[in-house]
Write a protein that binds this ligand. Structure first.
Ligand code: THU
Length: 130
């Protein structure tokens, strides 16, 4: 199963009645397993849960802690980059050179590293007291 196919499948499962914008995400953890998610909105917080956050939650619940690569799919004119909050969530479980691939339904693809998406990321080292 490719990450792209899984992300496309999961996009179809999205619950996005407020934005009408369905997103699917699939990641491979460093132990080789695949986890995924879709966006899930709600009336009080219409932005809801992003697909990437869902995929990360599934990975953590499955006992994995490291993202090897992640793919995000949406029906947009250009590849949709993860929102700021999701970049930080990905950073928690990935490294600077982890590849984030964004794909449109028509197949346009853009791959960036996490460091490119979130330069100067806040991390645990910033909480060191020295
Ligand atoms: N969304 C995601 O799930 N991932 C992204 O990378 C961008 C945005 C969702 C959140 C919300 O349900 C909808 O797309 C519109 O913002």
């Amino acid at each position: 199963m490719t990450l792209l196919l899984e992300a496309r499948r999961l996009r179809e499962m999205a619950y996005a009645p407020y934005s009408g914008f369905q997103v699917g995400a699939a990641l491979r953890s460093t132990d080789g397993r695949v986890f995924g998610g879709c966006n899930v909105e709600n009336a009080a917080y219409p932005e809801g849960l992003c697909a990437e956050a869902g995929a990360i939650a599934a990975m953590v619940a499955g006992g994995a802690r490291e993202i090897a690569e992640i793919v995000v799919v949406a029906d947009s004119p250009t590849p949709v980059p993860p929102c700021g909050g999701c970049r930080q969530k990905i950073a928690e479980f990935a490294s600077a050179d982890t590849q984030v691939t964004m794909v449109t339904l028509s197949g346009q693809e853009l791959t960036m590293t996490l460091a490119e998406l979130l330069p100067g990321a806040f991390g645990p080292r910033h909480m060191d007291k020295g």
